[in-house]
Design a protein around this ligand. Structure first.
Ligand code: NAI
Length: 690
């Protein structure tokens, strides 16, 4: 049985036991319902304690049930809550581990909540495109006030027990949590009357412009999304409407969100992130190697960020560069980033101090004599990287894994320079490495299952979301991206403006359009990468990027690129349009008005074609892996599910149509590939990859 009922004197203990996270599925709800009835009917029972087995309060509803509709099979959570609130006996939640989502809504319905010191609570529904649907917004707001509710519920944050206590969500923190809850329950039972429930708590009148100010401050962050706005509406309703109406509105908005395409897309992402972790054949029993000490070679932008990722996860780092000056510069950069993390409240002073102390600098490879792994992050120069790998092979212990942070280069070529190709792998971090969630791990021809298992496990320890890619030029992300960048310039040549192109992509939900992105990375850098790349004979680069670089329009760093910059603020530059129009003239292209739909299709559909090729070649194992890469590495809006999922919703036939129109002028690589055609004919990617 997924619930256990037992007695501790006059207190009934109702324990939820549904591994792994005690999710509130139908069986659990049936068990809870029966347990509550038992407690109600037994005159010897004076109070009830709700707790979870394996020191874990329910960490949520069962998300598969939310999708399938089984969450609506009686007894639903709302019915259980009604039973709890009319039981006539005090109920206390003993929160160990994480009480999240429906689990926390259950706890909020109790008369009191006692949490373990390391417990976390929260309502993370927004991450799945939902709002809490069982009174979560209403009770949270009544206990903690609207300002705290807005912050926590729209972000889906998990709150530490101390914070939850400070804002009134829980009543006490106790290490022997269940025992403390039993005592608390007994004390309540001995009182003259039952304590007030959260739903009855009186709310202080909120500051008059609280909601308007919050909406304005988050307009950009929540743009295009449904759930965060509905959460704000629900919290406002808790403050301004009669209680019953607030609860009803919340439920109505929960159902609206549940039916929305955004909820479906975000659940796809949730499942895709988990599926991406599976990189070895089912049943394979390879244990990851322990990683406690690492070397990071190259103390530049990426090396510094990567060193921080390790140090923050409690791993000792030796940061190596060519000279004392370069190392000092790297350590200085790290110091500044820690100061920034402190300022933003991402780390406590103690955490930052401890992490910093784990990083030491070095200029001699002999300093890497005891590392479990080394990550190379030197300049993107194949000859240099080969040299570094030879030296790493000579100076690190034979057990150590050697990884490269290259964003495009051949992992097998680096592996061939070592006597341990089976321990060579790519670990492609994204910039800024201590912030960006994605780690695109790259499998070399010889990479052993243990090496792969180790870097996938490592990613989790670093708090990253990892995808395993095969070895090819650009791996998953950058290989797809080349089409996007090139097409933005072709659109400029034909008549679009930078504002128009970036506007369409930003309205779609990306944080930044392709040209603003170029300005951020530096047009000289973009041009240098392009110069080193051969194009097939039937393709051409637009001359726009080269001219931008030649004219010193390097982007943000020089104050002008596709836009003029004042700090982070961008402004249109008429001279850029003149440069673009001159290119159109030279190429004999008559500029025309280009519509939003065409811009979007031409920028995104070629990505899908390349994604299909990656699947066909086995570079990406699943369409969902590509979605995860694009969401966490390239700013694709998660609520649209990632490019491959989005394309399926759009209809793959439309993608094929765009490509067929582009290929004659763009080159044979732009032709829809066989895999894309097969997926379109069979109704989606799944039919081919399952
Ligand atoms: P960077 O130019 O900021 O840093 C490179 C560092 O490597 C410099 O400090 C340099 O002194 C050091 N170095 C050069 N030769 C060395 C040697 N033989 N031994 C030790 N250190 C040496 O470069 P960045 O941007 O950090 O890039 C590093 C790598 O990360 C490249 O492979 C790049 O493709 C990749 N990458 C870069 C991203 C970015 O956005 N900058 C994103 C993802 C990957």
């Amino acid at each position: 049985m997924p619930t256990h009922y037992r007695r501790d004197g006059d207190v009934a203990l109702l324990e939820i036991d549904n591994p792994p996270v005690n999710a509130l599925d139908l069986q659990v709800r049936v068990g809870l319902d029966a347990g509550l009835r038992c407690a109600a009917d037994d005159p010897a029972v004076k109070a009830v304690v709700l707790c979870g087995a394996r020191a874990c309060f329910p960490a949520g509803a069962d998300i598969n049930e939310v999708a399938s509709g089984a969450a609506f099979h009686s007894p639903i959570l709302l019915e259980l809550q009604a039973r709890m609130e009319t039981l006539g006996k005090p109920i206390v939640a003993a929160i160990e581990g994480a009480a999240l989502g429906g689990g926390f809504e259950l706890a909020l319905t109790c008369h009191a909540r006692i949490a373990a010191p390391e417990a976390r609570v929260g309502l993370p529904e927004v991450k799945l495109g939902l709002i809490p649907g069982s009174g979560g917004t209403q009770r949270f707001t009544r206990l903690a006030g609207p300002a705290a509710a807005l912050e926590a519920i729209t972000s889906g944050a998990q709150l530490a027990a101390t914070r939850a206590l400070a804002i009134g969500l829980i009543d006490a923190i106790a290490s022997d949590t269940v025992r403390a809850a039993v005592q608390w329950a007994r004390r309540l039972a001995g009182g003259a009357s039952l304590p007030a429930l959260a739903r009855e708590a009186k709310l202080a009148v909120p500051e008059p412009d609280l909601f308007a100010a919050f909406r304005a401050a988050h307009a950009r962050a929540f743009r295009g999304q449904l759930a965060p706005w509905r959460i704000v509406d629900a919290i406002e309703a808790a403050c301004t409407r009669p209680a019953l109406e607030g609860f009803q509105l919340e439920r109505q908005w929960y159902l609206e969100c549940r039916e929305s395409p955004q909820r479906k897309a975000l659940m796809h992402v949730f499942h895709a992130e988990r599926a991406a972790r599976r990189v070895l054949p089912a049943g394979s029993q390879v244990a990851p190697l322990p990683i406690e000490r690492v070397g990071v070679v190259g103390a530049g932008t990426m090396g510094a960020g990567i060193a921080m990722c390790f140090a923050n996860a409690g791993i000792d780092v030796t940061l190596l560069d060519v000279s004392r000056e370069a190392v000092a510069l790297g350590l200085e950069r790290i110091g500044a980033l820690y100061d920034e993390s402190l300022e933003r409240g991402k780390l406590s002073g103690e955490q930052a101090e401890a992490a910093r102390a784990r990083i030491r600098g070095a200029v001699e490879y002999s300093a890497l004599g005891d590392v479990d792994m080394a990550v190379e992050a030197v300049f993107e120069d194949p000859a240099l990287k080969c040299q570094v790998f030879e030296r790493l092979d000579r100076s690190t212990p034979p057990r150590a894994i050697l990884a490269s942070n290259t964003s495009t280069l051949d992992i097998d070529r680096l592996a061939a320079r070592t006597r341990r190709p089976q321990q060579v792998v790519g670990t492609h971090f994204f910039s800024p490495a201590h912030v960006m969630k994605l780690m695109e791990n790259v499998r070399g021809r010889a990479s052993s299952p243990q090496t792969l298992a180790t870097v996938m496990a490592l990613a989790r320890r670093l708090g990253k979301i990892a995808v395993l890619a095969g070895n090819c030029d650009g791996f998953i992300g950058n290989r797809m991206l080349q089409y996007y960048g090139a097409e933005a310039e072709r659109l400029l040549e034909e008549g679009a403006t930078p504002e128009q192109i970036d506007g369409v992509i930003e309205a779609f939900g990306f944080a930044m359009g392709p040209l603003a992105m170029r300005d951020l990375a530096g047009n000289d850098v973009g041009w240098a990468i392009r110069r080193n790349r051969a194009l097939p004979a039937d393709e051409r680069w637009s001359p726009i990027l080269e001219r931008m670089a030649a004219q010193g329009r390097l982007g943000r760093k020089s104050g002008r690129g596709f836009y003029l910059y004042e700090g982070r603020k961008r402004r249109s530059d008429p001279q850029v349009l003149a440069l673009i129009c001159a290119v159109s003239r030279e190429l004999g292209i008559e500029r025309r008005e280009i519509g939003e739909a065409e811009i979007l299709a031409r920028l995104l559909h070629p990505l899908i074609n390349e994604g299909a090729k990656l699947l066909a070649e086995g570079i990406a194992a699943r369409a969902g892996d590509i979605d995860v890469v694009y969401i966490h590495g390239y700013g694709f809006p998660a609520y649209k599910g990632g490019p491959m999922y989005w394309a399926e919703q759009e209809g793959l036939a439309k993608v094929i149509d765009t490509l067929e129109r582009l290929a004659p002028s763009h080159g044979a690589r732009w032709q829809p590939c066989a895999y894309l055609r097969a997926a379109a004919a069979r109704g989606g990617w799944e039919c081919l990859t399952r």
